[in-house]
Design a protein around this ligand. Sequence first.
Ligand SMILES: [Zn+2]
Length: 122
Amino acid sequence: MTFDEAYELEEWQICRQAIVERDKSTCRACHTVTTSPHVHHGYYLKGAMPWEYPYDTLFTLCETCHRAETYRICMLKEAIGKLEPREDGLFIRLLSRFVDALCDMQQQDKTSMIIALEDVEP
Ligand SMILES: [Zn+2]
């Protein structure tokens, strides 16, 4: 089954509808109600079906924001790919900690990011 074929299956339609209903057909980026909602995957795992992701990693977006977000993620992956690999994985650990801190920021306050970054050991 191709990835495109998976999006035709009922499992995806049920998942997609649940996300759009949760978000009240409102784009999570620009906060406008959209008549043609896209459900954006925050990430992909090799071999996973589109509906096999935690719902908190799926977001309703309008077409414009979906295109922009997909482009930004592509650019981010490209930038990460330019990092010289290190045996200790320092850069990836730093980025991972930064992303965790951003997620915390969304739920708490901005000081959590500073605290989290200070905890990273080289
Ligand atoms: Zn939008």
